[in-house]
Design a protein around this ligand. Structure first.
Ligand SMILES: [Zn+2]
Length: 347
């Protein structure tokens, strides 16, 4: 993303609490990370001078890379909406990324209005004539369904009601999947997929957990699916979806010991019309020789389902009504907007 540093337009006079200048880059308001960190109780140190910056305090460790959209937030990779830029040796990040994505994930507790979770809609990717990825004679649709059925049983044992967008090898149109979740008043929507890659297929492995792209930002996926920059129904609860995606990626990486491919953002058809927190998990790569062996194993899928349940429970812990404290809402604009825009699910 070197073009962004080339298109650095102007230093303007917007003032941070620490009096550091902000900048407008490609139409986005950027602020020096050190100044933002100081204002948020974090101390910065270079991990690689001029290129990699860490911002830390007792509870938080953030790592930002020059020209990269990937930031590390407490050990988990999260894709920012805009790449980190550099100006005269100072790293800058988009204010929108810092004030919504980073701040929310740094201290989610109390940031979002509590919300009980009763019903979870599971969406096994593909089905019927839509086989999904094909690796040798194996089809993605087979394993997404097998994982969903295992996960359904585990979630029920954990006390949740579960609905499925398909429970057999049947074709379901993409728009019908979130539509079912909306109609049935599901509290969470979890779409399950397995990934594939042509390049470096014997190296690329691990899960990635998608959630909706913020309004105005471009998506992380190469195809930029649905890449108009407007609001989708899913943007009404994008902070919750981000928190769910983050907790899910963390649970998968920590419990399965697999590489962290991060939390990217995309306007996938199954995500953009969901009116509840919604994520799409690419649970691993069918093109990776070792990972696909695990994916084809019922015992490993059982462990994967256990990790996904842990992700749901971690999210629930951070957003459950028991955590409600009057006046405990943080002052971030994202939380206020989201609390006000809590979707009417029966619509
Ligand atoms: Zn898929």
């Amino acid at each position: 993303m070197k073009r962004l540093t080339l298109t650095l337009i102007i230093l303007c006079l917007a003032i941070l609490p620490s009096s550091a200048p902000s900048a407008t880059i490609n139409g986005q308001n950027y602020v020096p990370i050190t100044a933002w960190a100081k204002a948020n109780g974090l101390r910065c140190a270079w991990l690689k001078r001029g290129d990699v910056l860490a911002a830390t305090n007792r509870n938080t460790r953030l790592v930002f890379d020059k020209d990269s959209r990937m930031a590390e937030i407490n050990g988990i990779n999260v894709v920012l909406s805009y790449p980190v830029a550099s100006d005269k040796g100072v790293l800058l990040a988009a204010r929108m990324d810092l004030d919504s994505t980073v701040r929310l994930l740094m201290s989610p507790s109390g940031y979002l209005k509590p919300d009980p979770i009763k019903t979870i809609c599971l969406d096994p990717g593909h089905g019927g004539k839509d086989t999904g990825n094909h690796t040798f004679w194996r089809s993605e649709k087979t394993y997404t369904l097998a994982l969903a059925l295992e996960l359904r049983d585990q979630l029920k044992r954990a006390g949740f009601s579960v609905i499925l967008t398909r429970s057999k090898d049947t074709f379901v149109d993409l728009p019908n999947r979130p539509a079912l979740a909306n109609r049935r008043g599901a509290d969470l929507f979890v779409s399950l997929h397995f990934n594939a890659t042509k390049a470096a297929h014997d190296q690329v492995q691990g899960p990635e957990t998608y959630c909706i792209t913020p309004v105005g930002a471009s998506s992380s996926n190469a195809q930029g699916e649905g890449a108009n920059y407007g609001a989708t129904p899913a943007n009404r609860c994008e902070s919750r979806s981000l928190l769910l995606a983050y907790q899910m990626e963390k649970a998968l990486v920590q419990n399965l010991g697999v590489p962290d491919r991060g939390v990217p953002r995309a306007r996938f058809a199954v995500l953009r019309d969901a009116t509840m927190p919604a994520i799409l998990i690419e649970c691993g790569y069918m093109t990776h020789p070792a990972e696909r062996k695990r994916i084809y194993s019922a015992a490993y899928r059982q462990r994967m389902a256990q990790a996904i349940v842990k992700g749901v429970l971690a999210y629930q812990k951070l957003t459950s009504p028991q955590r409600a404290r009057p006046g405990s809402m943080a002052s971030g604009s994202g939380s206020r907007a989201e609390a006000a825009a809590k979707p009417a699910r029966s619509r």
